[in-house]
Design a protein around this ligand. Structure first.
Ligand code: G4P
Length: 284
């Protein structure tokens, strides 16, 4: 499968982010905990150099707990503050304030050394589409509804939300573009639902998911669909179609319907908490 990202959007998003980031002390980057590597664009490291960095492994409710712990360790070793989060329910939200304060404390101390006093610390949220940026901003800043006015140098209409005495958050997230370094990145983003389904080959996607699950999460397909996990991935998709009564109007099995059921079960977490990649694969 071939995935495309439009250069026009990319250039505009990058330009906007470069402007915004100049005013920022802390970058809060959201990634999808099921694919922390594929759902982040490492260009942010260059764009946000010299800034404090917090990575939120969002949608952690859908990700494999043990593997998330390994990703936390990985990012911490790279020098990021890291937390796992479920922005939808707010689980993990309480810990954020403490970490933001800690990151800001560093900043305030640096300011004081340079003789700057009482300048609010400013943060912004960044991430590729669909990682949960808006959900997070609403949940995190929703309670602190005090919006401050426009600031010089920021595109008109941009607003800062005062989180507490010392910290302000830009109300609009910075949009990063996915980085399709190889086809496996595109495939994983398609699996988590970050690429419009209309342009995807759902059967191919399901076959890839079955291949992955039967290798890494043995027993999951058997448990959910009551099939034998044997034979080719196509044979397993056929077995799911049979078990679920996915029939074409004329005769024969409706593979695409079975594929849709499988992908939907994966995305919604009905197949369990699953992570598609590990830090060591990235480093390999
Ligand atoms: P974005 O701004 O980064 O583009 O993402 P947005 O907040 O719009 O979130 C994208 C989808 O991800 C939304 O689902 C949102 O509810 C869901 N989401 C965000 N955070 C979490 C999380 O921690 N866990 C889970 N399971 N889902 C999360 P949607 O399908 O667009 O809407 P809805 O089904 O919630 O109504």
């Amino acid at each position: 499968m071939n995935y495309q990202w439009y250069p026009g959007h990319m250039t505009k998003a990058r330009r906007m982010m470069q402007e915004d980031i100049k005013l920022i002390d802390l970058v809060i980057e959201l990634v999808d905990a099921r694919v922390p590597f594929s759902s982040r664009n490492p260009d942010i490291d260059e764009l946000a150099k010299n800034k404090s960095r917090l990575i939120l492994l969002n949608k952690s409710d859908l990700a494999d707990k043990a593997k998330t712990a390994r990703w936390v360790e990985y990012f911490q070793q790279k020098g990021f503050y890291v937390l796992e989060l479920n922005a939808k329910t707010g689980a993990g939200m309480k810990a954020i304030d403490g970490v933001v304060k800690e990151a800001c404390r560093e900043k305030i101390e640096r300011d004081l050394k340079r003789g700057i006093k009482n300048r609010p610390v400013r943060a912004m949220v960044v991430g590729i589409p669909n990682v949960g940026k808006s959900t997070f901003i609403n949940s995190y800043a929703g309670k602190a509804c005090t919006k401050t006015g426009n600031k010089p140098g920021v595109t008109k209409g941009k607003q800062w939300i005062r989180l507490n005495k010392t910290t302000e958050l830009l109300d609009t997230p910075g949009i990063l573009w996915p980085k399709f370094e190889d086809q496996s990145v595109g495939l994983k983003l398609a699996l988590i639902g970050s690429i419009r389904d209309e342009i995807l080959n759902i059967d191919e996607l399901a076959i890839s998911l079955i291949t992955f699950l039967s290798a890494e999460y043995k027993g999951i397909l058997a448990e959910r669909y009551g099939i034998e996990e044997e034979g080719t991935p196509l044979a397993m998709l056929e077995a799911i179609a049979e078990k679920r009564g996915c029939l074409l109007k004329g005769k024969g099995l409706d593979y695409s319907k079975a594929a849709g059921i499988l992908i939907d079960d994966f995305r919604s977490g009905r197949l369990g908490r699953l992570t598609l990649e590990l830090p060591e694969e990235k480093e390999a």
